[in-house]
Design a protein around this ligand. Structure first.
Ligand SMILES: CC(C)(COP(=O)(O)OP(=O)(O)OC[C@H]1O[C@@H](n2cnc3c(N)ncnc32)[C@H](O)[C@@H]1OP(=O)(O)O)[C@@H](O)C(=O)NCCC(=O)NCCS
Length: 185
């Protein structure tokens, strides 16, 4: 697969860029310590800033690999409000999985949809990815809405597709293939 790695993306209201060591305090304050953010994730909200420091170091290490696509989401004034990434799930099949998180103070202002649309464009423009998909718990309808608003299409229901601290979740699956992206309005 052709890769270019994580490069800065500018949208109308956001800058998406690589995580840096100096982000640690605002990342911890704004979203990694937020229990509401981790409700549907597989890790617990960070209790100390050192947990966030470790997470940043892992991503900075991963940036050495051009197949890493993971951005911090920043307002134009520099405040970090979340993160977004595409995990390459199969090099052979040219496909990846989209994931995103925003601190609860910034929910329902369209930021995740704006970031998701920009990242989908980035992947189809700069790599030879064929398919991007994403899934979310049926109990997390805001996330499905983000996928729809970013131009992805509903593809089905996945029963007990993943497990969190609350147990198994049925999930909605959304996807977009290159042809659909090229035909988008
Ligand atoms: C899911 C999440 C990323 C959404 O981020 P966001 O920035 O608030 O998303 P947006 O504002 O772009 O869009 C959210 C949409 O969902 C809608 N929405 C919010 N709560 C909803 C609910 N309970 N039922 C239905 N729709 C809902 C909003 O109205 C909005 O749609 P609209 O713009 O048409 O009004 C955010 O809630 C989050 O980070 N949650 C925790 C992490 C997570 O669950 N990530 C996804 C894992 S799959």
């Amino acid at each position: 697969m052709k890769h270019i790695g994580t490069k800065t993306i500018e949208t109308t209201r956001l800058t998406l860029r690589r995580l840096e060591h100096t982000d640690v305090q605002m990342m911890f304050n704004n979203w990694t310590s937020d229990d509401e953010v981790t409700r549907f994730l597989r890790w617990d909200a960070h209790k100390t800033i050192d947990d966030t420091k470790v997470m940043i170091e892992q991503w900075i290490d991963a940036y050495h690999d051009d197949a890493t696509y993971y951005w911090g989401i920043y307002l134009k004034d520099g405040e970090m409000i979340g993160s977004i990434g595409v995990t390459i799930t199969s090099e052979y099949d040219l496909k990846g999985e989209l994931g995103y998180k925003i601190g609860s103070r910034w929910w329902n202002q369209g930021y995740s949809s704006e970031a998701a649309k920009a990242v989908i464009d980035y992947m189809f423009c700069n790599t030879d990815i064929e398919r991007i998909d994403s899934y979310s718990s049926v109990e997390n309808p805001a996330s499905s809405k983000v996928m729809e608003k970013a131009g992805m299409h509903y593809e089905g229901l996945l029963k007990h597709y993943y497990k969190t601290r609350d147990g198994f979740h049925d999930c909605t699956l959304y996807g977009i293939i290159r042809e659909e992206w090229e035909e988008r309005e």
